[in-house]
Design a protein around this ligand. Structure first.
Ligand code: UDP
Ligand code: MG
Length: 296
């Protein structure tokens, strides 16, 4: 029988895990005659009792595998660890807070049987998320696509179902700055969306406040686009025109100097970001450190 591993990144989700586990179990039962389903939880350095709950679940259920990180490495890295530690024929990635309905994994599996290697959840409605989050998320996917030479589906998170072929390619991508929802479409293969309404968090709070969201957005843009670098060239040309214009006008001199100074800093900043990323890759540190594994 073919195998399915459901990857669940966990950071401070003590109030969600049991309910998520129960819902995943019902998915497992419904797929019982078709797939051999395991759950792979990655505890991303939770500070609450998440790991104790996960340990208990892994002792009671042979199909619950747990990777326990030495500290918090971030959502994208936790998912990466899941991908690198699976050998299943199919992999599903789902959040631990039940915002992505687990039952959809069954639909995703059925869709994949039609010949799709990637089936991704496309969000229609976001239940009880702030207007700010909705607007920034809406803008983010559209800006990203216009900057990147890549067709990243709009309004999709990491909730998706992929085949071993895709997983194997992802395993071979060593980049440190990981933006999984960009890396999966980069791989290629046939993909299809399944639309769903994003639910409210079952309990607890988002771990993607504005700062984390901006970091993820920057990761997406700088990992998949050199356009910000090219943009600097255009700025240069633009500045040249301004300089010529102010030469004619003379009086704009001080304003121009300030403007030029600001733009130079901006340009250096962008180059700095790319150099910083090169530095991180050159260091070649491990992406994450595993403290313990259970049932693995
Ligand atoms: N998460 C994680 N490490 C982190 C932050 C989040 O593993 O540093 C997990 C979290 O437990 C959840 C998923 O990633 O399962 C998505 O996080 P969250 O629900 O906070 O993000 P949102 O849905 O608000 O974008
Ligand atoms: Mg969430």
């Amino acid at each position: 029988m073919k195998t399915l591993d459901i990857i669940v990144p966990v950071y401070n989700e003590e109030d969600c895990i049991e309910e998520t586990f129960n819902r995943l179990c019902s998915v497992r039962n419904q797929l019982f005659d078709k797939l051999n389903v395991s759950f792979l939880f990655i505890n991303d350095g939770s500070k609450d009792s998440s790991i104790d709950i996960l340990k208990k679940l892994s002792i009671e259920n042979h199909f619950v595998k747990v990777i326990d990180f030495s500290r918090n490495f971030g959502h994208q890295i936790a998912v990466t660890a899941g991908i690198e530690n699976t050998n299943a024929d199919y992999v599903a990635i789902i959040d631990a807070d039940l915002q992505d309905p687990p039952e959809l994994i069954i639909d995703m599996y059925n869709k994949s049987l039609e010949g799709f290697d990637i089936v991704y959840g496309k969000r229609l409605k976001r239940e009880n998320e702030t207007a700010f989050k909705k607007i920034t998320a809406f803008g983010f996917y559209r800006v990203l696509n216009s900057l990147c030479n890549l067709d990243i589906p709009t309004d999709t998170g990491d909730f998706r179902f992929i085949t071993k072929d895709v997983v194997d390619v992802l395993k071979s991508m060593p980049e440190h700055n990981r933006f999984i929802r960009g890396m999966v479409p980069w791989v290629g293969f046939k993909s299809a969306p399944i639309e769903f309404n994003r639910d409210e968090r079952f309990a607890g709070e988002t771990h993607y406040p504005l700062k984390a969201m901006l970091r993820l957005a920057a990761n997406g843009i700088f990992s998949f686009s050199l356009k910000p670098l090219k943009f600097i060239n255009w700025l240069g040309i633009f500045l040249l025109l301004i300089a010529m214009f102010s030469l004619l006008k003379m009086n704009l001199l001080s304003a121009t100097i300030c403007f030029v100074g600001a733009l130079q800093l901006f340009a250096i900043g962008i180059i700095g970001i790319y150099i910083g990323r090169i530095y991180e890759e050159v260091l070649n540190r491990p992406l994450y450190i595993i403290k313990d594994k259970y049932n693995l």
